[in-house]
Write a new protein. Structure first.
Length: 268
């Protein structure tokens, strides 16, 4: 059983929902990332998604696009992200970490070397935004070989056949994109989310996480009533951007928002 599976089992036994923050590694600078990860865990994160900075983040809105640009301006690479994970793991061996990004850096490293490096560093799951389940013949066997959970996205437009394909391939949890748009959009319709999650659950008993468009404690609490996990990214990254010159202030502001979400979810 992976760290991700253990964490969701523990939360289910406690009657609680997972809170999953996303951050772009290397934003606003490489030295800020590991302290930020620890601060988010202390604020109530159950898992953490670590974004690999990429030059063309097609699923991400302007806030995370800008975060990738800041990280890339510091020369942050996939190998640097692995080093950050190793540093985090030196004092936290419990919190599950999901590497989120795009296929090109993985292909450049090579699927086998990537899987070995990610596992050795302490990654638990991999979400590759632009890799559909039908095209995982190279990467998926390598992830499974080293015990990493492949995590896939579903969306409001995902067909029933595609849901079956994702359900047969994914492990750890399934990530539901709550709206037709990019990260940071605000048109969150919890009733529609609940209906679509019901369709996903007909095909899989994996935990279902919901992200895109969750920016407030109230929204997090509402989504927690219908999902197994709440994923928040742009709202946190925006606070880091607003305080890019003072990373410790940005870290504090992001942690405050996450703690408020945690409180609201638990109260709900």
């Amino acid at each position: 059983m992976s760290r991700i599976q253990r964490r969701f089992a523990k939360l289910a036994a406690e009657g609680r929902k997972a809170l999953i923050p996303y951050v772009t590694a290397g934003d606003p600078d490489p030295q800020a990332t590991v302290p930020l990860l620890h601060a988010l865990v202390e604020a109530g994160a159950d898992l953490v998604e670590i974004g690999v900075p990429f030059s063309d983040p097609m699923a991400d809105g302007p806030v995370i696009q800008a975060a990738c640009e800041r990280a890339l301006a510091h020369g942050v690479t996939l190998r640097d992200v692995m080093s950050m994970v190793r540093e985090f793991r030196s004092s936290d061996d419990e919190t599950p970490l999901v590497l989120m990004g795009y296929l090109n850096p993985i292909e450049a490293m090579g699927a086998g070397r990537f899987a070995d490096t990610a596992r050795e560093a302490g990654i638990d799951g991999v979400l590759t935004v632009d890799l559909p389940p039908e095209e995982t013949d190279t990467l998926l066997p390598e992830l499974r070989r080293v015990g990493l959970d492949p995590i896939f996205l579903t969306a409001p437009t995902t067909t029933d056949d595609r849901l079956r394909s994702i359900a047969s391939t994914a492990s750890g949890f399934i990530y539901y994109v709550s709206l037709k748009g990019v990260t940071g959009s605000k048109d969150l319709d919890v009733e529609s989310v609940a209906k679509k999650l019901g369709e996903v659950r007909r095909h899989s008993d994996l935990p279902l996480g919901v992200g895109f468009g969750i920016a407030t404690p109230e929204a997090a609490a509402a989504v927690a009533k219908v999902a197994d996990a709440v994923v928040v990214g742009s709202a946190l990254v925006r606070r880091l951007a607003e305080n890019a010159a003072l990373p410790e202030v940005g870290r504090s502001e992001a942690a405050k928002l996450l703690a408020a979400m945690r409180h609201a979810m638990d109260a709900a």
